[in-house]
Write a protein that binds this ligand. Structure first.
Ligand code: HEM
Length: 175
C-alpha cells in the first residue's frame, strides 16, 4: 500500500463507506475493491511461487511429454500469475482486473495463489479470512506511508519456498 497511495485511499474510502468509522470490518462485509486489492497482491507477489513438490502417481503422458511414475512435479504458480497471454500488463498492480462491469469480484481459473486441483492448500479458507480481517482492520485504523528519505521501494523478495518482502521502512499514522 505504501507503493500505491491512491489504491490505499480507495480501499479506505470503500471500508469507511460500507463499515463506517464507528465499528470494525467483519468477514462478511461486502468490500469488492478491497477484496480485489488483496487478490492482486496475492497474484503479483505469488507468495508460494512454486507450490510444494508433488510426484506423478503413475506413468503419465501430458501434451506429448512422458512423465514416469515417481517424477517430482513442481507447479510454477508465479509463471501462471505473470503470463502475458492471460493477464493484461501482468507486471502492473491493477486490482480492477478482478472486478466485473458491475464492480463485483470476479475469479478466474488462472488465479492460483493456493495452488489448484485436489491437493491444494488446506488452509485456503482460513487464510482468506485472515488476510481480509487483518488487511481491513489495519487500513480502517491506520494509514501507511513511505518516509521521504527512505530507499526506493523494491519489489524484490527473498528466495525460498515463500516469497517474503525485503526489509523496508514505513510510517504508520493512526486515522
Ligand atoms: C496467504 C496464505 C497462504 C498461501 C498463499 C498458501 C499457499 C499454499 C500452497 C500454494 C500450497 C501448496 C499446495 C500444493 O500444490 O500441494 C499450500 C499447502 C498447504 N497449506 Fe497453505 N497457504 C496459505 C496459508 C495456509 C494456512 C493459514 C494454513 C493452515 C492453517 C495452510 C495449510 C496448508 C497445508 C496443510 C498445506 C499442505 C496440503 C497438502 O498437500 O497436504 N496454508 N499452501
Amino acid at each position: 500500500m505504501i507503493a500505491y497511495p491512491d489504491i490505499q485511499s480507495r480501499v479506505q474510502y470503500e471500508i469507511d463507506s460500507v463499515v463506517g468509522r464507528n465499528s470494525l470490518p467483519r468477514v462478511n462485509d461486502k468490500l469488492p475493491f478491497t477484496e480485489a486489492t488483496i487478490m492482486e497482491v496475492q497474484r503479483i507477489a505469488s507468495t508460494v511461487p512454486m507450490g510444494v513438490p508433488h510426484a506423478a502417481a503413475a506413468d503419465t503422458t501430458l501434451r506429448g511429454y512422458f512423465i514416469p511414475k515417481g517424477t517430482m512435479i513442481l507447479s510454477n504458480l508465479w509463471a501462471i500469475h505473470h503470463d502475458q497471454d492471460t493477464w493484461d500488463e501482468p507486471e502492473k498492480f491493477k486490482p480492477e482486473r478482478f472486478l466485473d462491469s458491475k464492480g463485483d469480484v470476479c475469479y478466474r481459473n488462472e488465479y492460483v495463489p493456493f495452488s489448484t486441483g485436489r491437493r491444494a492448500c488446506l488452509g485456503e479458507n482460513l487464510a482468506k479470512m485472515e488476510l481480509f480481517v487483518y488487511f481491513t482492520h489495519l487500513l480502517h485504523q491506520f494509514s501507511f506511508k513511505k518516509p521521504d528519505a527512505s530507499p526506493p521501494i523494491t519489489f524484490e523478495s527473498t528466495f525460498g519456498t515463500t516469497n517474503a518482502p525485503l526489509p523496508y521502512e514505513l510510517i504508520v499514522t493512526k486515522r
